[in-house]
Design a protein around this ligand. Structure first.
Ligand code: DAK
Length: 262
């Protein structure tokens, strides 16, 4: 089902959802309204029966050029804490949606924009993509999870270097540090690649993917012992699913499985 918000657009084609950050005049910068829209969207979208979600920014120039600097200028400490808390809630809801979520990074992904992309499962990007956490150059610190999620992907040394210097990273370097999986000549090809990836994963059980995603996301926070407990529980849970019975039965009958996502 299509659904529009003041700052976001959501549409469905086939069984793929498309979420677009839509403030092109401000290079899709994240205002308080964007955060509220994203929370409302994510709380609603968790029940969507889609096989994957592609998250992108309107236009060709920017995915998201960061938190809205003009709006942040006038915040006091209390408002900034609230803004950060709501932003963190939004990224957590996005991170835990029960289907694959791909950030299609077209152009600038800076500050809060990179933090939004980090809350997705992974990033594919266009060749003109530029990444960075320039908060320190504005006298700020990353406030939407950047100090936590970046290091888990690129390692603590590289994350510190990027946050301390605030420097911009171009696409080849972003791929070499594991921040981006692959890149494409333009936005059209980028979206096609995201669709292709979701189509490949949608041949598998969305139920199994969702359970594995929860185990992966939760496990990253835990010791190996506690993470393995989550894996065991997930493994047990999946044994009562229709898709597990169908997938294994289909293998034995030498046919393709007909998954229902339950
Ligand atoms: N906020 C507001 N407006 C922005 C913006 C932003 N982040 N980025 C761009 N814009 C606006 C520009 O002001 C301009 O608007 P007009 O002047 O036309 O009204 C329009 O978008 C087009 O931008 P430019 O004219 O600057 O375009 P250029 O091609 O020349 O440059 C650029 C593109 C992306 C290099 C440049 O716009 C730029 O440097 N933008 C700012 C990038 C940046 O520093 N991003 C990080 C923001 S800090 C926290 C929560 C969150 C955060 C921190 C703390 N807590 C509450 C604790 C996160 C912080 C950030 O994200």
């Amino acid at each position: 089902m299509n659904k529009n918000f003041e700052t976001l657009e959501y549409s469905v084609e086939g069984d793929i959802g498309y979420l677009t950050f839509n403030r092109p005049k401000a290079l899709n910068a994240i205002s308080a309204q964007v955060i509220e829209d994203l929370i409302e969207f994510s709380e609603w979208a968790k029940d969507e029966k889609i096989k994957g979600l592609i998250v992108t920014g309107s236009g060709e120039k920017a995915f998201i050029a960061g938190a809205d600097i003009k709006a942040m200028c006038s915040m006091d400490s209390k408002e900034a804490t609230e803004f950060s808390a709501r932003g963190q809630k939004a990224t957590l809801l996005l991170e835990n949606l029960p289907f694959p979520v791909i950030a299609a990074v077209n152009g600038f992904a800076l500050g809060g924009g990179l933090e939004m992309a980090l809350a997705c499962d992974f990033m594919l990007a266009s060749d003109n993509a530029v990444f960075g956490l320039p908060e320190a150059s504005l006298g700020l610190v990353p406030g939407f999870g950047g100090t936590q999620r970046l290091a888990k992907i690129v390692g603590i040394n590289r994350a510190k270097e990027l946050i301390y210097t605030g420097r911009m990273v171009k696409i080849e370097e972003a791929k070499s540090m594991g921040l981006v999986l692959s890149s494409y000549a333009d936005k059209t090809q980028l979206i096609e690649a995201c669709v292709d990836l979701i189509k490949k994963s949608s041949k598998n059980s969305i139920n199994a993917i969702s359970v594995a995603k929860t185990a992966l996301n939760k496990g990253l926070e835990l010791s190996i012992e506690d993470g393995l407990k989550i894996e065991s529980a997930s493994f047990g849970e999946i044994f009562s699913s229709y898709d597990m019975k169908e997938g294994t039965q289909a293998f034995m009958e030498k046919r393709k499985p007909n998954f229902k996502g339950e």
